[in-house]
Design a protein around this ligand. Structure first.
Ligand SMILES: [Zn+2]
Length: 387
């Protein structure tokens, strides 16, 4: 088996409710499309499991306060008898206390408005458990590759890059990327991990966690000027980690060819000089030109190109191994195709779509040239390849 697709069905409950941009049905529609496209291909294997992250895992990034309040808020609407109290860190139901979550006021210190169900103004019941499933799934993707059980591992639901140590925002409860990266270091002693964020939004949580860390080269391509507002080219890390954070802010309409240039002129040279022992890429379909929350310019061919570049880098630097995490995307008709295009590129396959989309070509050549120059100038003191 060369590509493992990891999924815990619990992740379907990672759903902020009716009227919210992030719904759990994305995973159902992805697997329907997956079945049609790659279901009979022996190079892929879907690994379903029921494992959840423990508090100890979450504490690789998150504070105990944050974990406890999210747990309580998410449990408040559930039937107590159904819960596995010892797993949740309580001896029994009575030790946990009354069936009420934290007040809205106390919860607002820990989560942003966009992490709540728009209909109820509360944290959706059960979402904390689903977020644990996401974290464990991304950790298992690392294990799968590090233990040689598959060459490449795709974690469905991973890439919740806006969550911080004590704060959840941008539809992200627990930051599975940071935890999976730290798990790779702790469990396998890795010293150089490349994390590439191709989600349309800047990965503020991931960036913050590794900002002073020279063992993680964090490269982030994102649309400038939208949520969360971070990710300027000048943000390059601090202390020993200076030069190990690389932000490439893109103008709206940045297209396939522009992305390819950034891979060829920035990402691939930096990766070669850094020599990662593990590569983790994440980000779903939101850089597609038709995404409803963003205005970048990728087409399906662009997603396939990104997958193919990851395949090339993994082949050259990590004996073919890499981890890929997929969760974002806010146009339901686009999402499964874009995820599958990324997987196709990653696995060296081409998809013959029964109904191909006709997609316009976007290009922002001058702006892309300018940002490449800017990033190279800023990084020149830290990397030979940027000279
Ligand atoms: Zn995004």
């Amino acid at each position: 088996m060369s590509i493992a697709i990891l999924y815990n069905p619990e992740i379907q409950n990672y759903d902020f409710g009716l009227g919210h941009a992030f719904r759990g049905d994305r995973f159902v529609s992805f697997f329907q499309a997956y079945q049609e496209v790659f279901g009979a291909d022996g190079d892929f294997k879907v690994i379903r499991h029921e494992e959840l992250a423990w508090d100890e895992d979450l504490r690789l990034l998150h504070t105990p306060d944050y974990i406890n309040i999210l747990k309580a808020a998410s449990l408040a609407d559930e039937e107590p008898d159904d819960l596995n109290w010892p797993f949740l860190g309580y001896a029994n139901r009575s030790e946990w206390g009354p069936k009420v979550g934290p007040s809205r006021q106390s919860l607002s210190v820990y989560v942003s408005q966009d992490n709540l169900d728009p209909a109820t103004g509360r944290l959706p019941a059960g979402i904390e458990k689903a977020a644990r499933a996401v974290v464990k799934n991304s950790m298992l993707a690392v294990d799968t590759v590090q233990q040689g059980r598959a060459e490449k591992a795709v974690g469905i639901g991973g890439g919740l890059h806006h969550a911080k140590a004590g704060y959840g925002e941008g539809f992200c409860i627990y930051n599975d990327v940071v935890i999976a990266g730290r798990h790779a270091r702790k469990a396998y002693g890795l010293e150089r991990i490349l994390i590439l964020d191709t989600d349309a939004h800047a990965g503020n949580g991931t960036c913050e966690a590794f900002y002073d860390d020279p063992q993680v080269l964090y490269i982030d391509l994102h649309q400038a000027g939208i949520y969360p507002g971070t990710g300027a080219a000048e943000e390059i890390g601090s202390g020993a980690g200076k030069g190990f954070t690389v932000n490439v802010p893109l103008v709206s309409g940045t297209g396939d060819g522009d992305y390819e240039r950034i891979f060829d002129e920035i990402i691939i040279p930096l990766a070669r000089e850094f020599r990662p022992q593990l590569i983790i890429r994440y980000g779903g379909s939101d850089p597609h030109f038709a995404d409803s929350l963003t205005s970048l310019g990728l087409t399906m061919a662009g997603f396939e190109m990104i997958g193919a570049k990851m395949r090339q880098l993994a082949g050259e630097l990590c004996v073919g191994c890499c981890v890929d995490l997929l969760c974002s995307g806010y146009t339901p008709e686009i999402l499964p195709r874009a995820w599958l295009s990324l997987i196709a590129g990653l696995s060296g396959k081409t998809i013959q779509w029964p109904q191909p989309l006709s997609e316009p070509v976007y290009q922002r050549a001058a702006e892309t040239e300018a940002v490449i120059r800017q990033v190279k100038t800023i990084l020149q003191p830290y990397w030979k390849c940027m000279a």
